[in-house]
Ligand binder design. Structure first.
Ligand code: NDP
Length: 307
């Protein structure tokens, strides 16, 4: 008789995110009753991209549900950059708005870097402004990009102290890979960042106690790349045709991560599923960042929200 391989424990991002949203909502209510302050988030969308429209609507609804003010500014695809910058200047000056998020991607005639640079860093709830990138790098309080912040919360909740662990991050984007590396370095992990030019990626991944996949390639990371007992955080969101050929023929899709989940689940100690792992943390951390930005604007110490 062969023993069943042991299965990794799932890191339930959906449940953790729901708890985080509850804590943000409760802290927001206390902020309002104690200080008469209602956090406000402005979301700006340029153009008609259907996926972006869905994200923006969702963000607005979730912001309101948390007891915050939510403003959505919908601009046409052909909006001149100067008009977008003028709107950002108005939002920067609005004392009722504590967070500004410009939905990406922007139309190609707009210089994304110039737009992100125009946002007041203290209202930059996406954490993409170079001032916040710098603050994170040198360990000053700032606003941290939502997805890696969510990953860190999940890791600390599963593992506790991360000191001395080997972390390998696959992906070096400004929105996930690089800030994830900074956050893990600040937790005293030994951090390696891998990318498309890395040599012998499977061998490198096998050195990881913590493996973060942020690549955008479906199921690229295989089970035999994972060190037994490692913790695997799968940031990837990729759409593949549905398994059932009839459904696939109708254009139905399924979501998969950057990690071959079924293989990882028999090797790792902890693993995040896709969907239901990192994904739900991103919006929860956006709300947390908006609450934090509002507190700081008013000189109030934010409550701890991570646990
Ligand atoms: P980017 O495309 O900006 O970056 C991908 C990174 O992966 C790059 O650094 C690239 O390397 C690296 N890469 C690509 N191919 C390989 C390869 N074969 N081997 C090793 N490294 C490789 O993606 P993002 O960081 O924006 O997103 C990554 C994934 O996370 C996507 O699936 C995205 O949908 C998802 N995502 C999920 C979020 C969530 O809320 N859960 C939020 C944000 C993203 P190089 O730099 O050398 O090109």
């Amino acid at each position: 008789m062969t023993a069943e391989p042991s299965r990794a424990t799932l890191i339930d991002g959906k449940a953790f995110a729901a708890g985080l949203v509850e804590r943000v909502t409760a802290a927001t209510a206390r902020l309002q009753s104690a200080h008469g302050l209602k956090p406000g988030l402005a979301v700006v969308i340029v153009g008609e991209d259907p996926a972006s429209q869905v994200y923006v609507r969702n963000k607005g609804e979730r912001t309101q549900a948390a007891g915050m003010r939510s403003d959505t500014h919908r601009l046409s695809e052909t909006t001149p950059q100067a008009d977008l910058l003028a709107l950002i200047a108005t939002l920067n000056a609005d004392s009722g708005i504590h967070g500004i998020l410009v939905q990406l991607p922007l139309p190609s005639h707009i210089d994304t870097a110039a737009v992100l640079a125009a946002i007041d860093p203290d209202k930059d709830v996406d954490g993409f402004h170079v001032v916040n990138v710098g603050r994170l790098a040198v360990g000053l309080p700032g606003l941290v990009p939502c997805t890696p912040l969510g990953c860190l919360m999940l890791l600390k909740n599963a593992l506790g102290d991360l000191t001395g662990l080997n972390a390998v991050i696959v992906g070096r984007s400004n929105i996930v890979g690089k800030p994830m590396a900074q956050l893990l370095l600040a937790e005293s992990c030994t951090v390696t960042i891998a990318h498309s030019r890395t040599r012998d990626l499977p061998a490198l991944c096998r050195t990881a106690d913590i493996l973060v996949a942020a690549v955008g390639r479906p199921e690229m990371i295989r089970g035999d790349w994972i060190r037994p007992g490692a913790t695997v955080i799968d940031v990837g969101i990729n759409r593949l045709p549905a398994r059932d050929p009839a459904r696939a023929a109708e254009g139905k899709t399924r979501l998969v991560g950057d990690v071959a989940f079924d293989e990882a689940a028999v090797v790792a100690q902890y693993v995040t599923p896709v969907p239901g792992g990192v994904g739900p943390m991103t919006i929860a951390c956006l709300l947390a960042n908006t609450y934090t930005a509002a507190c700081r604007a008013a000189g109030v110490t934010p409550e701890r929200l991570d646990a």
